[in-house]
Design a protein around this ligand. Sequence first.
Ligand SMILES: NC(=O)c1ccc[n+]([C@@H]2O[C@H](COP(=O)([O-])OP(=O)(O)OC[C@H]3O[C@@H](n4cnc5c(N)ncnc54)[C@H](O)[C@@H]3O)[C@@H](O)[C@H]2O)c1
Length: 357
Amino acid sequence: MPDPYRVAVVGCGIGRSHIVEGYKPQPDKFRVVALCDLDQARLDTVADEFGIERRVADFDAVLAMDDVDIVDVCTPPATHKWMVIAALKAGKHVVCEKPLVGSLRDVDEVMAVERGAMGRLMPIFQYRYGDGAQKAKRILDAGLAGRPFVATAETHWKRTAAYYDNPWRGRWETELGGVLMTHAIHIHDLVTYFMGPVENLFARVATLVNDIEVEDCVSSSWRMANGALVTSSATLGAQTEISRLRFCFENVTFESGLSPYSPADEPWSIQPASPEVAARIEAVLSDHRPVGRRFTGQMADFHARLVAGEPAPVTSADARRALELVTAFYDSASSGRDVTLPIAADHPNYASWRPAA
Ligand SMILES: NC(=O)c1ccc[n+]([C@@H]2O[C@H](COP(=O)([O-])OP(=O)(O)OC[C@H]3O[C@@H](n4cnc5c(N)ncnc54)[C@H](O)[C@@H]3O)[C@@H](O)[C@H]2O)c1
């Protein structure tokens, strides 16, 4: 077992945050030994900042490095599929930014490769990591919450024209979707993390904020397989940015804070229905051990699972569930109808949800 695991980060945008939060603070677990980016100036800036000597523009050169255990794919969405497949075939463990790929067909292709691979694949969903959300999850997993009633999810962020001054953003071909795909995907992952599978949904999407191809406003109504009803809205036109989640169960109501990019952080409001429930919650949380926030927590969890020989803490099945939800959203928005999940392989949007398809 490598000690620490040796990482190559590919893509120096959010890849820099993976280093700052995920790898650099945990030198006993990870060492970044190589950086890859097509943009030489950006590559040098980030490599200089962290004292990383090995710098390459060619992804194949990363795969050829025998001393790289983990390839961390942080490039634009349309590049993920081929990079992940190539890295798995090269025998590497793979971390990949969201969205893992751009369709259900593509994720099924990746999962087929993964089944025969030596390495593990961990898609990024760092919004799960923070003590507020993890405490709520423990209460749910302990069976204390009772029957689920409703949840609301808000992803109200702000993105201006400057954000879209990047060749891959704002276009179906390269971003693969808009606020639903790129931003609300995290908040929606948290809803299904807490409430399980979606059974049916109705959605509307619109492009109202920026002059882009993809949507930047969304509203939706979901029915979960567990019977709960969920409403979610997302926009990139909020003046005050927030992410907010509220879950009402029979025995407890949970509400996140408003931090847009780390809604899992404490404090979460946990409102028990009675003193008896409060006592049981206190007992369940009495041995809660703090988890790291965002990438710190997700990478630490990945390390623990690799060492234990267990599946990654966030799996390709989780990424698939998020992409299935996206497929249902776009189908409902374009057809004007309710869409029932699961989405089968003969669904017209299985291979692509892009409007041109
Ligand atoms: N988890 C999160 O909170 C979060 C936040 C931001 C972005 N992201 C995701 O991370 C990914 C990257 O987003 P970003 O904001 O860092 O984008 P970015 O455009 O800022 O950076 C991407 C980098 O990848 C490099 N690159 C592109 N193609 C390459 C290739 N073939 N080989 C090597 N390098 C290549 C580019 O030169 C660029 O420096 C996207 O999938 C995005 O959705 C996730």
